[in-house]
Write a new protein. Structure first.
Length: 73
């Protein structure tokens, strides 16, 4: 298990980037970092497995959402 003070390992972002090829790598990285920080803030026992599972669920929503339509003008 990793310390709460440490950040997420790069292999989580890398693995999820390969899984979600339609989502920019920067977005995947930010998602993994956010999940790690939120879990630590809430006092959850932060492990790479937990972070990967939660980030995957969030990325499923991002990948499945429709792009915003620009307003007509």
């Amino acid at each position: 298990m990793r310390s709460r003070a440490a950040g997420p390992p790069g292999h989580v972002s890398e693995r999820l980037s390969h899984e979600f090829v339609t989502v920019p790598a920067e977005t995947v990285d930010r998602c993994v970092e956010d999940v790690w920080a939120c879990a630590a803030h809430l006092g959850v026992d932060v492990t790479t497995a937990v972070v990967e599972r939660i980030a995957r669920e969030r990325l499923l929503a991002v990948a499945g959402s429709a792009p915003l339509v620009a307003p007509r003008g």
